[in-house]
Structure formats: C-alpha cells, structure tokens
Design a protein around this ligand. Structure first.
Ligand code: FES
Length: 101
C-alpha cells in the first residue's frame, strides 16, 4: 500500500504541517533535513502536539518527545513510550507512506 502525503518541498524544517490520514492527523516535519511523518496522538491521553525546537510537545499536559524516532523525553507520558512514526519514502518529490513493500 502506498499513499502520497505531501510534496517534500512543502514540509517545513522547524515546524509541522498537518495532513489527513484516513481521518487521523499526521504531522510532517523534517529532522536533519530528512522528512518525517508522525501520528499526532500523544502517548499519554491522546492530545495533539506542536513542534518546539527539536521536540514535539503535547498541548494538553506537556509531555515531550524527540522528533526523529518519537521517543518520550518527559512525562506524564510513559518514558518508555514512543510516538507512532510512519514508514515513508520519497517518490517523484512526494513524501509517500509505504506499507508492506
Ligand atoms: S495527553 Fe499528552 S501529556 Fe497528557
């Protein structure tokens, strides 16, 4: 399964762009120049997140996650938790979700 998410050139370096993924929000951002796609659901109670520097910070209770692999840096989310990151590759200039190939 493949699904084009966004033109790579439209993904901001130090902010996020939100796209729809079957009714769920996915945050697109770049880390060290590489695009990332991360489900916009905090691992504490499901709150939305915003990018602050190198971190994604939950808008509800302030949990912090690193942008690259989604690892929890600060609670109240479980410190062993990770955000859900999407497998992607770039095809024809589009960041594309790829599963099962
Ligand atoms: S829902 Fe994110 S810290 Fe509580």
């Amino acid at each position: 399964m493949k699904l084009a998410l966004c033109k790579v050139e439209d993904i901001p370096a130090d902010k996020t762009k939100t796209v729809d993924f079957f009714g769920r929000e996915v945050l697109l951002t770049t880390v060290n120049g590489k695009p990332k796609a991360i489900l916009n659901i905090c691992m504490h109670l499901g709150g939305p997140m915003r990018r602050e520097g190198d971190k994604l910070v939950c808008e509800w209770h302030g949990a912090e996650f690193e942008c690259g692999q989604g690892k929890c840096l600060k609670g109240p989310a479980d410190r062993d938790s990770r955000l859900i990151t999407f497998p992607t590759r770039i095809e024809n200039g589009m960041l594309t979700y790829v599963y099962g190939e």
